[in-house]
Design a protein around this ligand. Structure first.
Ligand code: UT7
Length: 320
């Protein structure tokens, strides 16, 4: 359970690049079909960054939108964390580039690399730092620019991913406003080879590889008990959670999770069909869309969940 200063979500934002690639576009370049992709994943289209758009560009635009929503100046930020699997460069961190673009002169920076669990991991560390009094305002951004790491001949992976960025300003809260209650991170590092972005013989650039069916099995076995246990330790029943902000990887995974927990599917917002899996950006984009459309009501309990490469799992409980 989180103690110390209460921490709230002060503002959110997102940026989705313009270029769209539909399942029908993939039918033209691969042995696949719209029908297969929709029924096996729930995805209908995804967006990709333009040639001259990098992870930092997407992150900057989402970050700016979150600052505007929070009504705070960039100079009031103490820290910027960018969660990404596709940074502009290995060094320096993408967060530093974003800090420079925003003119956030008083903010420290670092990147988090934890697969699709990256932005939840970044939020957890931001909450810890604000609760303990180190920082007051932290900008957490999840941003992905996948186009360069996908193998466009591998139908089992390239149809799944998409680009985008989402952001949230987390701030020290006041009595009666929102606050985070609990957070937990887990990993099964022995399974690290299930999803990789790495160099390969015969290729110049690192490439994304995923053992999809094994990942699917891993998630379906480990995610429901992880969430059940997290709720139990946080003193809340899954049925008491008013809204679920979930990593968007596959509608079948979420349907099966909700079925096992006895939660009605109306308690979440799915946007997979529009964006595909945007990895570290997915949770933040979903949060922003949920805030914008009024899905999250004041006083309601909100559960955040993500899983991904590593194999990592994470959950957070918030009271809005
Ligand atoms: O966010 C990070 C975590 N990642 C995930 O959560 C991904 C988890 N995994 C999945 O979502 C699913 O495993 C996939 C959507 C990736 C694949 O679905 P699946 O039902 O597990 O399919 P599969 O890999 O077992 O493949 C079934 C068949 C195979 O053909 P055969 O061997 O049965 O003839 C594949 O070759 O489907 C074939 N296939 C495709 N067919 C048409 C694989 N990809 C495609 C495709 N179009 N794009």
């Amino acid at each position: 359970m989180i103690s110390g200063y209460p921490v709230r979500i002060a503002g959110t934002g997102r940026y989705i690049p313009e270029k769209v690639m539909t399942n029908f576009d993939f039918e033209k370049i691969l042995d696949t079909s719209d029908e297969w992709i929709v029924t096996r994943t729930g995805i209908r289209k995804r967006h990709f960054a333009a040639e001259d758009e990098k992870c930092s560009d997407l992150a900057y635009k989402a970050g700016l939108a979150a600052l505007e929503d929070a009504g705070i100046a960039a100079s009031e930020l103490d820290l910027i964390i960018v969660a990404t699997d596709t940074p502009d460069t290995v060094c320096p961190c993408t967060a530093s580039k974003v800090q420079g673009m925003l003119g956030a002169a008083n903010a420290g920076t670092y990147d988090v690399l934890a697969g699709c669990t990256g932005s939840l991991t970044a939020m957890t560390t931001a909450i810890g730092g604000i609760a303990s009094g180190i920082w007051k305002n932290v900008l957490v951004i999840g941003s992905e620019d996948f186009a360069g790491v996908l193998d466009w001949t591998d139908r089992s992976s390239c149809i799944l991913f998409g680009d985008g960025a989402g952001a949230a300003v987390l701030s020290r809260s006041e009595e009666g406003k929102g606050h985070f209650i609990a957070a937990e991170l887990k990993a099964d590092g022995a399974k690290h080879a299930l999803i990789t972005i790495d160099k390969e013989e015969g290729r110049e650039d690192p490439v994304l590889r995923m053992h999809g069916a094994e990942v699917f099995k891993f998630v379906n076995v480990h995610l429901p008990p992880f969430i059940k246990n997290f709720c139990e330790e946080s003193g809340v029943e899954p049925s008491e959670i008013g809204f679920w902000v979930l990593h968007q990887a596959n509608t079948r995974i979420i349907d099966s999770l909700f079925k096992r927990l006895g939660v009605p599917t109306e308690r979440t917002l799915m946007n997979l069909e529009n964006y595909g899996n945007t990895s570290a950006a997915s949770l933040m984009v979903t949060l922003d869309e949920a805030m914008e459309s009024g899905c999250i009501k004041s006083g309601e309990k909100v559960l955040f969940m993500a899983f991904g490469a590593g194999m990592t799992l994470g959950a957070m409980l918030y009271e809005a």
